[in-house]
Design a protein around this ligand. Structure first.
Ligand code: NAP
Length: 354
């Protein structure tokens, strides 16, 4: 656990103008994204959940201020984060204007297009029409003139990869994105996309795949392609949406801050609870929480630049940041983790992995 003082949110403080902590870079440890000039914090914060209009704005602001104060320089968004769709970007835009404007050049802000966003044939997947219009809308919602990274959120089974990648290149040439990347593309799609991007002079620098102790699809070839292409990975849902935390260790029913349709709302199967408790024991023996061990586990792979987590409370952020001080894994621990993970058939992202 961290030896930093626990954050005590003060209701009055949140309404005062924000000044970032002077020691926000004390922990350092920023990691290079592949062979690019871009660096990311080992833990980045995603705004998929907990930043929509269904969460009090002050709670969101408390989380983001605290994250930046602790050296988290990367906030990950997408057009459809909320609910409702778009609201996470709108709320983030208000925080950009009111809190983070003086720190714009210290931040890496990303957004994406690829999942359904608006009705009709031009608000989904990977066409040039959708990508360019959606990026424009995202910038307006976030009160930004450019994002640092823009992603194609998922491969499109119909639109040629070339069309999608040329659209990303256009965003860079228009000054609306500094870097571009892809998410959930498999190893073959990634190799094609990287080759197209390179030929345009706008290399893809980053891939955002799902990856956790319970979901290892990227190890079947994708990480090899990323290393060959000089790309880095930012691993999303490293906690398997909260399953790899202490939330399910009791009777297997999670106390969640929000209902996520992609997660089980009934108790987990007995075998899964037993295995999660086994993982918890391995973590304890290492002096860690299960969440800390799960984060450190994804970061052990040299291709993975950053673990992209979600959080609903500052205590979770602090718990997770303490993962960075954990001991290196030995071979026996890794074997125990592998064996326990095999008996947990829970990963919701494995189904959507290519
Ligand atoms: P996650 O880190 O696997 O799960 C986060 C959730 O786990 C939190 O919301 C919280 O649940 C719980 N949690 C976190 N730390 C905890 C702790 N120390 N103790 C107990 N519980 C803890 O990630 P995620 O939220 O599913 O996704 C993270 C980010 O990945 C997203 O915000 C998004 O940026 C990105 N993402 C990308 C894609 C894509 O297709 N590219 C898809 C999904 C996600 P409660 O909120 O219930 O407290």
């Amino acid at each position: 656990m961290t030896d930093r003082p626990r954050f005590r949110p003060d209701v009055k403080d949140i309404h005062r103008p924000y000044t970032a902590s002077d020691d926000r870079y004390a922990a350092a440890g920023y990691r290079q994204v592949g062979s690019s000039g871009l660096y990311l914090p080992p833990i980045s914060l995603g705004l998929w959940w907990n930043f929509g209009d269904n969460v009090a704005f002050d709670a969101q602001r408390t989380l983001l201020r605290h994250a930046f104060d602790r050296g988290i320089t990367h906030f990950d968004l997408a057009n459809n984060y909320g609910p409702p769709y778009g609201s996470a970007e709108t709320n983030f835009g208000r925080m950009m204007r009111e809190d983070f404007a003086p720190y714009r050049d210290e931040l890496i802000v990303s957004s994406k297009a690829g999942w359904d966003m608006w009705p009709g044939p031009y608000g989904d997947l990977g066409s040039r029409k959708y990508i360019l219009a959606s990026a424009e809308q995202s910038l307006r919602r976030m009160s930004l003139d450019h994002v640092d990274i823009f992603y194609s959120h998922r491969p499109d089974p119909v639109t040629p990869i070339e069309e999608t990648i040329v659209a990303l290149d256009t965003l860079v040439r228009q000054g609306k994105a500094l870097y571009v990347g892809i998410s959930q593309y498999d190893e073959r799609q990634t190799a094609v996309a990287a080759a197209v991007a390179r030929s345009l002079g706008t290399p893809l620098v980053i891939h955002q795949p799902s990856y956790s102790i319970l979901n290892r699809w990227i190890e079947d070839g994708l990480t090899r392609v990323l290393a060959q292409e000089g790309m880095g990975a930012i691993a999303f849902t490293p906690l398997a949406q909260g399953v790899l935390t202490d939330k399910y260790l009791g009777d297997g029913r999670a106390q969640r801050s929000q209902k996520r349709s992609s997660l089980p709302h009934t108790a987990l199967p007995h075998a899964a609870i037993t295995a999660l408790r086994g993982l918890h024991i391995v973590a304890k023996e290492r002096g860690q929480s299960l969440a800390q061990m799960a984060i450190q586990w994804v970061l052990r792979d040299a291709t993975v630049t950053s673990a992209l987590i979600g959080a609903s409370r500052v205590e979770q952020l602090d718990d997770n940041l303490a993962a960075l001080g954990g001991p290196a894994f030995d071979a026996e621990e890794l074997e125990r983790i592998d064996a326990l993970a095999e008996s947990i058939d829970l990963d919701r992202w494995a189904e959507s992995a290519p």
